[in-house]
Structure formats: C-alpha cells, structure tokens
Design a binder for this molecule. Structure first.
Ligand code: DGL
Length: 276
C-alpha cells in the first residue's frame, strides 16, 4: 500500500465548494437521492466508476487505486466532504483515504447492523452484501460491536450488483437473480434484513415482494444524509450560489439515466462521461 500523502490541496480555488459522492457505479445514486432530498440547495458532484464496477469482485489494490483517482478528481472539483457511497469501498478503503487526505471529511456507508439490531424483535438478522463486504473484518467488527447475542446471517450476493449495473431493476431477469439470495434469507427465518450494498436499494421493492412484508428492510441512506447535512451546515461552505448536482460516469451512462429517473429532484440531471 502506498504511503505518499496525496493531500496537496489541488482544488481549483475558484471551484464552488461542494459535496463529493462516489460509488463503483450506479448504486451510490440511492445515497445521492437521499442527500439531495435532505440538502436540496447543496452543490454535489457524483462519480460512478461504471467502467470498474463491481468493486466487490476486484482486487483490493485496484479498488484503492480507483478510489484515490476519484477522490483526487472530486477534490479538484471543490469537494469538502466526500461520501463513499459504497459499502465495499468503505470497508476496504476509507481508513486509507482518510490518511491520504487528512483535510477532507469522509463519510462512509456501512451495513446497518446497529439499526437492524435496534429494530429486530426476534434477534435474527440477515445481511445481503457483496462478497468482499461479506468477508471483511469490518463487517465482523460491526456484528461484534452491535449484535452480540443476535443471529446474523450474512448472504454474499455474488453477481447481483452487476445485474443492477446492467439496468435490470425489475421483471423476470431480476427475480431470477434475486431468488437464490432471498431464499437463503427466508431459510434463516429473520425479521430484519440489512441492504448492505447501495445498489440493492433500487431493487428493495422486489426483495420485499420475495420476502414478505413481515421482514423489515434496513437501508442507511437517509441516516447518512442526516449526518452529511449536519457536517455540511457546520463546514462554512454553505453559500447562496445556485446549487447544481453534477453526475459523471467513467463508463456507460444508460443505467445512470434510468436510475436518475427514480430520484426526485434529479430527474433532469445530465450525465457526463469522465475519463480518469
Ligand atoms: N455499491 C457497492 C456497495 O455498496 C457495491 C457494488 C460493487 O461491488 O461494486 O458495496
């Protein structure tokens, strides 16, 4: 792992201060949606690293390299707060990014084990997540910190983020992709399911239809948005300038457009390609 500190204040001094948000692809738009609902006047720049998704099935060194490039770009664009809108990148890389950019504020997205434990009456919880997050020390630690005495059934969902990344967010193709994972959740007889990947928020209704209304779904997007709102209002970066949300993709823009159409207030947002 590199030790060179990358925080060289490369931000364009004329850049409007903004909130940077990134994910391996389209999943983080579920977090951007919650952020924009909470902070409709805040400028934001979103990067979906579509050409490198899914992170959850790539070597750690490559994910860290991609995260560094994206954070460098977001800093140039004026980002003061960076939301790592990807559980996989958070568990693999947020500590590394904090060390590399000590003057930026990073907010990560992690599987909501704590709220799940607070909601569960039967003390039986499942977590659907990428294989990398499922195998991570950070998830093990979250369970040890917040769910002692609970059964926590972790379901690694190999390939599911890719299905969503391709734009399959409803219909028979999605049902076929989800069924094996939801079957494992049902067999575990839980009352609470953590959506431990930001992509899965866009298919929450179909997951609910497969599991039944009695299983509570936990998505941390609005809790993250509340946290970012409090940091943003205390950052001194809030201005009267007209806020713009900019969305960038390092690959295809088709699924981004499809999912932005599901985000109130962001329906008309243009998506531009970004080569980094
Ligand atoms: N959206 C990412 C997450 O929350 C996962 C997708 C990926 O594997 O890249 O973990």
């Amino acid at each position: 792992m590199k030790t060179t500190q990358l925080d060289q204040s490369t931000a364009d001094p004329n850049a409007q201060p903004c909130i940077g948000v990134f994910d391996s692809g389209v999943g983080g738009l579920s977090v951007l949606r919650a952020l924009h609902l909470r902070l409709p006047l805040a400028p934001m720049v979103y990067v979906g690293d579509v050409s490198h998704a899914p992170y959850g099935e790539r070597p750690v060194a490559q994910v860290l390299d991609r995260c560094e490039r994206i954070v460098g770009y977001l800093q140039e664009q004026g980002a003061r707060i960076i939301v790592v809108a990807c559980n996989t990148a958070t568990v693999l890389g947020i500590s590394h990014l904090r060390r590399q950019w000590p003057t930026l504020t990073f907010v990560g997205v992690e599987p909501g084990i704590k709220p799940a434990a607070a909601h569960s009456r039967t003390r039986r919880i499942a977590v659907m997540t990428t294989p990398t997050t499922a195998a991570s020390e950070r998830l093990r630690q979250l369970i040890a910190d917040h769910a002692v005495g609970f059964l926590v059934h972790v379901v690694p969902c190999h390939g599911l983020a890719t299905v969503i990344e391709r734009g399959t967010i409803r219909g028979p193709g999605l049902l076929d992709a989800l069924r094996p994972f939801c079957d494992r959740v049902r067999e575990a007889d839980v009352d609470t399911l953590v959506l431990g990947c930001t992509h899965y928020s866009f298919v929450a209704d179909t997951i609910r239809s497969l599991l039944g209304e009695e299983v509570n779904l936990i998505d941390t997007a609005s809790a993250i948005a509340a946290r970012v709102a409090s940091l943003w209002s205390g950052s001194g970066a809030v201005t009267d300038a007209v806020a713009v949300v900019r969305v960038r993709s390092t690959g295809s823009i088709d699924t981004m457009r499809l999912l932005l159409a599901l985000c109130p207030g962001l329906l008309e947002t243009a998506v531009e390609r970004l080569a980094i």
